[in-house]
Design a protein around this ligand. Structure first.
Ligand code: 9GP
Length: 837
């Protein structure tokens, strides 16, 4: 169309679409413009929140320019892209991150201050985008930051939930859940694409007909359909023009209401369909490492994967290439089993709609997909009941049965007459009713399967996917150790440390090459440097102490050792063991003489994290922590030697305050249960030491920072089964120190002991599945070693610097590059700044 325009018109557009300058005054003008026009407010009518809205809108304008340029240039060049399918993106706040990544924080900071606002208060006004539960969703967000920073052509696909993870409040020591309606004030960080609407169908039946060549074709006649509307979230890379996209889908009714019912006077029924359609993207399931199994969840998964694939295929078709080129243009990463239906949907599109042969289609499918497994916990393995699945997706069920049949025929060929093997490997579990094992489907439909830390990747090969390794061979199963973005988790969350590092290393290049931190080791013996390092830690502890005062109404001393365990509450993560050890510490202090007390290292034990609303035992752990806190914090015999706090509503922005302030943090899962963990990386990167088991990424952190800088305890993964066996069949008695702690709870030292009985009974001899008793003595000893080490502040500061200096491996840039090279086969495509809006 543009080609038809007269020269003057083209020139006019060119002139008017020049990017705005990025000097302070231009930025201020754009902020004021948004205040007066978009917000329709005036200077005298402004608060921090409206200032935030205006700054956000102005930042968004700049983001959109980059987004347009990136997507325009990529459309032209059409390189291979990766699509990261994740049901969760735990982005947190966007403004600070966007300004830092675009290199505009200084300019905006100055501009905002001159306009009479404090930039920190403005930043604090933003609510978190909390479209995720924990590690898995935050990993997706870190990967999106790295993909953009490394100029990889990448899109994320997810759902735009109206309600993110619930807000947690503590009432009488118990967790209570409140809805997180985060879209109350509009979301400036998304671009609604109301014109991009895809029809998604459900239910109905399948018609099978023979085509003119005698081939049976399957025609799905669905019963209902809804619309998927696209919302784009720009993700700017750090120190690059590149700005990638996360496309989130929102469900809407295809027709607003049923006119027949309306005309018959049944108004309620007439809007029923509409309400049901909107429900699909209404709420994020609040489960972490457990499977929900609800029909609505399956609907979410299909709605999202079908809309995303439709979009990906439409983009591919624009290039008019052969179908066989699809895997050379498209890589799709399945973040856990949640998007596994995408495999089936692509097969359906290729066979039923594009008329490819089954085998040609399947070859394309299996070359396109790769699958990340994030857990070996049985309760987290997704399974769908066949009758429910058939009711919602009848054609997809047929395809799954066919995929399974052809797969098992091949297994039979390779390992004849092993019915047990076929049963174990089948995508269909022969239960009542039959179940679809999504992890098996994901393995069969992908060309690579990866775990998220070295131990975990080995474990999946010897446990849940052992038979598949025997069948496919080792090469299909790889490790991609998780990583975190240093931009958010150091530069943004810990600005003072970031500045000290940049000043010391002479540049901020480390933010894009984290291995450069190694050079900090040359400063370890410099007393001045150590002093500055520890002064920053103290500053961050003061900031956290203020947050604790506000949220928990407890005064804590920033001179005490800050001991942190923040993560989802789960039995395998053993917050229970932590609080039991705190009780042990409390009892020990109470039994001391005044002179003995003088040598006790004061400690503040900080907990935070949400429990799934239906997870009764996890919720009792929260109650116990709060009951212990109530007693300990009031006890004059203990004073500042021990304080316990539970910070409510732990989320990304709270983590940004907690992580830089920790002296020691706890990563104490039973060996073999935590696939990786990523907060361990965040803490160590910020110079916090960790106490942990030989589990997940702790092991690789140990390898990088050295065993003298980490406090390791507990049994090893390969010992777990023997210990459980010994406990169950030989009745190994409970650890005596633990016994003392349990007696104290049972005597009612912390509220009515009846409340905690269900929790205590999980420790009954023979039932202690997470091996709290077996690990208790070594855990107490490791905590004592922490106290002793902390007393020597000079040595501690050296350990702290060494920790940060050796964390280069754990940048998500490293992880993403490994995925790009070994799994996706994509290359960087740097965007050129052409100066357009
Ligand atoms: O539990 C794992 C956690 O260890 C890991 O760090 C994270 C990211 O890979 O994924 C978690 N898994 C899940 O949330 C569910 O599979």
């Amino acid at each position: 169309e543009k080609a038809k325009w007269p020269k003057e018109t083209v020139e006019l557009w060119e002139r008017l679409s020049k990017k705005e300058a990025n000097d302070v005054e231009t930025v201020q003008k754009s902020i004021v413009h948004h205040v007066t026009t978009t917000l329709a407010r005036a200077a005298y009518n402004m608060d921090n929140f409206s200032a935030y809205q205006a700054v956000a809108l102005s930042t968004r304008d700049r983001l959109i320019s980059r987004w347009n340029e990136t997507q325009g240039q990529l459309s032209k060049a059409d390189p291979k892209r990766v699509y990261y399918l994740s049901l969760e993106f735990l982005l947190g706040r966007s403004m600070d991150n966007a300004l830092l990544n675009m290199g505009l924080k200084g300019t905006y900071g100055k501009g905002v201050e001159q306009l009479g606002f404090n930039m920190e208060d403005v930043i604090e006004s933003e609510v978190d985008a909390a479209l995720g539960n924990g590690g898995l969703g935050r990993l997706a967000a870190c990967y999106m930051d790295s993909l953009a920073t490394l100029d990889y052509p990448a899109w994320g696909y997810g759902l735009r939930y109206n309600y993110g993870i619930f807000q947690q409040r503590i009432v009488d020591g118990y967790q209570t859940e409140y809805p997180d309606y985060w879209l109350n004030f509009d979301n400036p960080w998304e671009l609604p694409r109301l014109d991009i609407s895809i029809q998604i169908s459900f239910g109905g039946h399948v018609q099978s007909i023979q085509d003119e060549y005698g081939v049976t074709r399957h025609n799905w006649i669905p019963a209902q359909s809804v619309q998927a509307i696209a919302y784009d979230v720009p993700i700017p890379g750090y120190d690059t023009e590149n700005c990638n996209n996360i496309r989130l889908w929102r469900s809407k009714p295809t027709k607003t209401f049923d006119l027949t019912s309306f005309n018959e006077g049944n108004y309620e029924k007439s809007v029923e369909d509409a309400t049901n359609a909107e429900k699909i993207t209404s709420v994020l399931y609040p489960n972490d490492n457990t499977m929900a199994g609800k029909e609505l969840r399956l609907k979410q998964q299909y709605f999202w994967t079908a809309a995303s694939l439709h979009d990906i295929v439409r983009r591919f078709k624009k290039s008019r290439r052969e179908w066989s080129d699809f895997p050379d243009q498209v890589a799709i990463q399945l973040n856990d089993t949640h998007p596994t239906l995408a495999i089936v949907e692509l097969q359906r599109l290729l066979v039923d709609e594009e008329m490819l042969s089954w085998d040609d289609a399947w070859e394309i499918v299996t070359k396109t997909f790769a699958f990340t497994n994030h857990t070996v916990l049985p309760e987290a393995m997704e399974k769908w009941s066949v009758p429910m699945f058939e009711y919602l997706l009848p054609r997809h069920l047929q395809i799954i049965f066919d995929i399974n049949l052809f797969f098992l025929q091949k297994v039979e060929k390779k390992f004849p007459n092993d019915r047990g093997l076929l049963n174990r490997m089948s995508i269909i579990e022969e239960a009542q009713p039959q179940q679809i094992r999504m992890a098996h489907l994901a393995v069969v439909g992908s060309h690579k399967v990866n775990g998220v830390a070295a131990l975990h990747s080995n474990l999946i090969k010897t446990t849940i996917f052992k038979d598949f390794v025997d069948y496919y061979g080792e090469d299909k199963f790889v490790n991609k150790t998780n990583g975190i973005t240093p931009r958010r988790w150091l530069h943004q969350a810990n600005p003072k440390l970031s500045k000290l590092i940049s000043d010391t290393l002479g540049s901020d290049k480390w933010l894009k090459d984290l291995s450069l931190l190694k050079k900090l080791t040359t400063k370890i013996d410099n007393a001045e440097f150590r002093k500055s390092w520890m002064a920053i830690k103290r500053h961050n502890k003061v900031r956290l102490a203020e947050l604790i005062k506000i949220r928990c109404n407890v005064e804590v001393s920033p001179d005490a050792l800050f001991d942190v365990q923040v993560k989802r509450i789960h039995e395998y993560k053993r917050q229970f063991m932590n609080i039991l050890a705190v009780i042990h510490r409390y009892r020990t202090i109470k039994s001391m003489t005044a002179s003995q007390k003088a040598s006790v290292q004061p400690r503040v034990v900080i907990f935070g994290g949400k429990a799934a609303p239906g997870y009764y035992i996890a919720k009792l752990v929260i109650k116990l922590i709060n009951s212990v806190a109530a007693v300990v914090n009031q006890d004059p015999a203990v004073g500042d030697l021990l304080k316990v706090v539970f910070i409510p509503d732990y989320n990304v922005s709270v983590a940004e305050v907690i992580v830089p302030a920790s002296d020691i943090s706890q990563h104490i899962s039973t060996a073999g249960t935590e696939a990786s963990g990523t907060s361990n990386m965040k803490f160590v990167l910020n110079g916090g030491l960790i106490i942990g088991t030989m589990d997940g990424a702790n092991i690789e952190i140990l390898e990088e920072i050295g065993e003298e800088n980490i406090f390791i305890f507990g049994c090893l993964a390969h010992e777990v089964e023997d210990l459980r066996h010994a406990q169950r069949y030989r009745g190994v008695p409970m650890d005596p120190a633990l016994q003392g702690v349990i007696s104290a709870i049972e005597k009612g030292v912390f509220e009515d002991p009846k409340i905690f009985q269900p929790l205590i009974s999980t420790l009954t001899v023979g039932k202690d599945f997470y091996l709290i008793s077996a690990d208790f003595a070594s855990y107490i000893a490791a905590n004592q070693a922490v106290d002793t080490a902390y007393k020597n502040q000079e040595e501690w500061s050296k350990k702290s610097i060494r920790c940060t200096a050796n964390m280069g491996k754990f940048s998500s840039d490293r992880s993403v590059k490994e995925y790009a090279d070994d799994i996706w086969g994509i290359k960087s495509y740097p965007i050129v700044d052409e100066g357009h809006m």
